[in-house]
Design a protein around this ligand. Structure first.
Ligand code: HEM
Length: 380
């Protein structure tokens, strides 16, 4: 026990440094990358077919990792953004968003944490993920990209924006609302334990392209090298990446996101066999066999944002190859053990990493706008 603690203490110091107190089958795209694509029902009716998106034909055909730095590194914490940005401009803004998030159910709250991540990794944190398809100007925005088909929580952002606009029109960006909502959802789902301030002052982008999603958002079959490269491309290091992965302690996944490479009979994964059997049963239990069921990501505390995720990684009871991959390099493995060992250390790191992610490629008045409605760019 003493040796274990010494090892963990060393890992904490070496890896974390000073810590402040702080889809139901194939329909969601990744399943289309199955090595055995025997069943590929069309995408859910709510989404148009992915005719022009670069859907991967197999995991190995997936595009290579992006070059090390395709996007400029995010500004240093606070550069261009500030805590309490709306204090003098729209004092109620953060409270209004918080109330909208409070009213959402746990699943939607999980969706809001993911929405923030998916917004920031494509075109930066600029609410580009919210732009709706427009036949004339942009028929294939980000929200129609394969990784985004299962996003949820858009209605919460719209409700918050409507309430904020009623109070202070034209002042609060959708990008900031997404960031506040991700922060607030994290707080609610952790019972208030993850509680951090989110700098604001982002402007909304005007560019949103479905074909930028696959190259920028890590796929569930990514290995650890690709994961590190894709986070580094956004200015996020390995500590940030491992900390943020703890978000997989909440929410759900479609079976199509992991069944082909992780479940029997085609799997060669290191998943715990009993856990795999449970998932297989849940994924197969549709009435007509065609549905793409969803399962909880954290089989123990599915609605709590906590460090149970890291225990699940260690016990090989996680859904994705990308989750399991965190045991495959010594630095990520060490960080997984540290997070599993100390809830508090991980909570602090998670908050810091969310703030850092919120600084990725932030837009300003020079290259952005304050949208009037989050789903549409402003008409001139
Ligand atoms: C490390 C690379 C990551 C990969 C490969 C990945 C992949 C995925 C996939 C495939 C799903 C399931 C989608 C579905 O089938 O419905 C998912 C769900 C989710 N992810 Fe990630 N993710 C990653 C990182 C993150 C990060 C950084 C966050 C947030 C900080 C996050 C938050 C979530 C949440 C909350 C869900 C559940 C969403 C819901 O229930 O609606 N993920 N992720």
């Amino acid at each position: 026990m003493a040796t274990k603690l010494a090892v963990l203490a060393t890992l904490v110091l070496a890896l974390l440094g000073p810590v402040s107190c702080q889809q139901q089958q194939a329909g969601y795209g990744y399943g289309a990358g199955s090595p055995t694509p025997t069943s590929s029902p069309p995408p859910p009716a709510a989404y148009p077919p992915m005719t022009t998106s670069p859907t991967p034909s197999s995991p190995t055909a997936y595009p290579p990792p992006p070059p090390p730095t395709p996007s400029p590194p995010p500004p240093a914490a606070g550069a261009g953004l500030s805590v309490g940005y709306y204090k003098d401009k729209c004092a109620e803004a953060e409270t209004i968003v918080q109330e909208a998030v409070r009213a959402a159910d746990a699943g939607t709250k999980a969706g809001l944490v993911r929405l923030f991540f998916h917004d920031c990794f494509v075109q930066g944190c600029d609410a580009s993920v919210l732009l709706k398809p427009d036949n004339d100007t942009n028929p294939q925005p980000e929200m129609l990209g394969v990784p985004n088909l299962s996003l949820r929580g858009f209605e919460v952002i719209d409700a918050a924006k409507a309430a904020v606009e009623a109070r202070c029109p034209g002042v609060v960006s959708c990008a900031d609302i997404v960031a506040f909502a991700g922060r607030d959802a994290s707080a609610f789902l952790s019972g208030g334990a993850i509680n951090f301030t989110m700098p604001a002052g982002r402007y909304d982008g005007t560019v949103s392209l479905a074909n930028e999603t696959l190259p920028n958002l890590p796929p569930p079959f990514a290995d650890v090298r690709r994961l590190k490269a894709m986070f580094a491309a956004k200015g996020l290091d390995t500590v940030d990446m491992v900390a943020l992965s703890g978000a997989h302690s909440i929410g759900r996944s479609h079976c199509s996101s992991f069944s082909s490479d992780r479940l029997p009979p085609s799997n060669t994964s290191d998943m715990d066999p009993a856990f795999a059997a449970t998932l297989q049963a849940s994924c197969a239990s549709s009435a007509n066999g065609a549905a793409d069921n969803t399962v909880v990501q954290d089989y123990r505390t599915p609605d709590q944002l906590d460090n149970q995720y890291y225990r699940n990684v260690i016990s090989h009871k996680v859904l994705f190859a990308s989750d399991a991959a965190l045991l495959k390099s010594s630095d990520t493995l060490g960080l997984v053990y540290v997070a599993a060992f100390s809830q508090k250390l991980w909570q602090d790191k998670f908050g810091q990493a969310m703030v850092k992610m919120g600084g990725v490629q932030v837009k300003t008045a020079a290259n952005g706008e304050i949208r009037r409605m989050c789903g549409y760019v402003n008409k001139p």
